[in-house]
Design a protein around this ligand. Structure first.
Ligand code: GLY
Ligand code: MN
Ligand code: MN
Length: 496
């Protein structure tokens, strides 16, 4: 499909957009900026990722990356905004209502300026910034992110770009339910997407047109993101170590009279103490039966009691998340049934570890762990047939981690520089078709491993996995043991 412009015509009109082509001097640091973390990803990382993308993009193509939508928490309150990992990866830009274009080939505008990417971003707005914080703006994008071709989002509407001259226009599936949070402002994400659809003549059912390739978007970003760079590894190592410290501190301070929420709070306090801004997913803290809910996030039980406590909690550090699970006895000692199930999960994890190296098929590592669990449950009489293993181990072994907790990847086999989880589990809910003594036992052990040419590095080795080491850790004193708060006065009155 083509518009009236001939193929070789210069197709950009940006003269009106007051473009600056030199990188300005960095804005002098303020006192507050001196107090910020010093280990954010540098602009050179994002530029390197764009270059790597260009290497694998097909001839004469453009990739379009949209910001994630903002989301309503309640009434006029929004959830804390989380950047689209692809936008962050390729630009470093972390604000909503923005759009990034990455070109395979260098482009030239009507005035003869050359460029390979364009960022349309949130306009600076003193009034808004007083409420929601400082925006980077075009100057900031040029100075901090090295994106010389940055424009306010409202410019996109008038931006003359002939998408029909590209053989491939690569973008992700559009989210179906984007809230319009900023009124009918022409740089709202809803408008940016609409304007893109119009400019590129994208039909309602674009999945049928080969030029508009959402599959290729996932493929290319997956090819890059499944292999971690040294800069990314620095942040992932930190996220994983912080998560392990959270696990260790909780092991040292856990008592049966604590609540699930309190345990969650302790993990997340430790994360923040070490500078992790977020958790990479809702923290899962389930004691006893609650551990059987794979993604249990209510964390509502007021006393964890003497049962096993499953804690799947991952710190997110500068965008990169860990994913670490430890299952521990709240009263300090595994019961004999708990020990048997725990050891089975441990052995399954070890069987998978043995296969980790470049070239192993994901499926083979998964099968190795599953077979250990199937054999073990069969011998214990918990299942009558090994093919029933899925009843008590209903999930896969492994996934990538990175900017997403379930990070993108495309390869069937493991490759050097992948970072993956190894997370077998056994969950036996109350009422299961086996001896009652096994009921409400839930164990998951989840570790994060960097794949190397001949093996792997266990990034989450900081938190113990062996039964006796966990019991030893629980017996240790914690700084939090002496942290006492007065009882709430309002708790003395019964609500009903
Ligand atoms: N924390 C989610 C998972 O383990 O996949
Ligand atoms: Mn996981
Ligand atoms: Mn997990």
């Amino acid at each position: 499909m083509r518009t009236t412009l001939p193929k070789r015509t210069l197709f950009f009109t940006i003269a009106l957009l007051s473009v600056s082509f030199c990188f300005s001097q960095p804005i002098p640091s303020t006192k507050e900026e001196n107090d910020l973390p010093k280990d954010y990803l540098p602009a050179s990382f994002h530029a390197g990722r764009r270059d790597a993308l260009r290497q694998i993009m097909p001839a004469n193509s453009v990739m379009v990356v949209f910001a994630y939508p903002t989301r309503t928490f309640s009434n006029d309150v929004e959830y804390l905004y989380h950047a689209n990992p692809d936008m962050y990866y390729f630009s470093g830009y972390k604000e909503p209502h923005s759009l990034l274009l990455i070109f395979k080939d260098q482009q030239t505008d009507a005035a003869g300026h050359t460029f390979s990417e364009l960022l349309f971003l949130q306009k600076r707005n003193a009034q808004q910034e007083q409420w929601t914080g400082k925006r980077l703006g075009t100057e900031g994008a040029k100075n901090s992110l090295g994106l010389a071709m940055s424009f306010n989002g409202e410019s996109f509407k008038k931006f003359a770009i002939d998408f029909s001259r590209f053989d491939k226009v690569i973008f992700d599936r559009f989210p179906a339910d984007i809230p319009r949070t900023r009124g009918r402002d022409s740089s709202d994400l809803v408008d940016l997407i609409q304007q893109f659809k119009q400019k590129a003549s994208i039909p309602e059912d674009y999945s049928k047109e080969k030029r508009f390739d959402t599959r290729l978007y996932r493929q290319l970003t997956g090819m890059l993101r499944e292999l971690k760079t040294p800069e990314e590894m620095t942040l992932i190592r930190k996220a994983v170590e912080i998560s392990c410290q959270g696990q260790n501190e909780v092991m040292k301070s856990v008592r049966p009279d604590m609540s699930e929420l309190e345990i969650q709070g302790l993990h997340e306090y430790v994360h923040k103490k070490y500078g992790a801004e977020e958790v990479g997913y809702g923290s899962i803290v389930g004691s006893g039966e609650n551990g059987c809910v794979l993604h249990y996030m209510e964390n509502a039980k007021t006393k964890i009691g003497n049962s096993l406590l499953l804690m799947d909690v991952g710190a997110e550090y500068h965008g990169y998340t860990a994913d670490v699970t430890r299952t521990v006895p709240a009263d300090g000692k595994f019961s004999s049934e708990e020990k048997i199930i725990y050891q089975l999960v441990y052995d399954a994890q070890e069987a998978a570890f043995k296969l980790l190296r470049e070239g192993t098929r994901w499926r083979d590592a998964g099968d190795a762990a599953r077979n250990v669990i199937a054999d073990g449950l069969f011998k214990l009489g918990i299942i009558k047939d090994k093919t029933d293993v899925g009843k008590y181990y209903p999930h896969g072994l492994s996934h990538h981690i990175g900017l997403d907790v379930h990070d993108r990847g495309v390869s069937d086999t493991l490759k050097k520089d992948m970072v993956i989880t190894i997370e077998p589990g056994i969950y036996i809910p109350e009422g299961s078709d086996c001896d009652k003594k096994w009921w409400s036992i839930a164990v998951r052990i989840e570790d994060d491993a960097l794949i190397t040419k001949n093996g792997y590095e266990l990034l989450s080795h900081f938190a113990p996995r062996k039964i006796e080491e966990i019991e030893k850790m629980i017996a240790q004193k914690s700084a939090l043991d002496d942290f006492k708060l007065p009882p709430l006065k309002s708790a003395e009155k019964k609500a009903f």
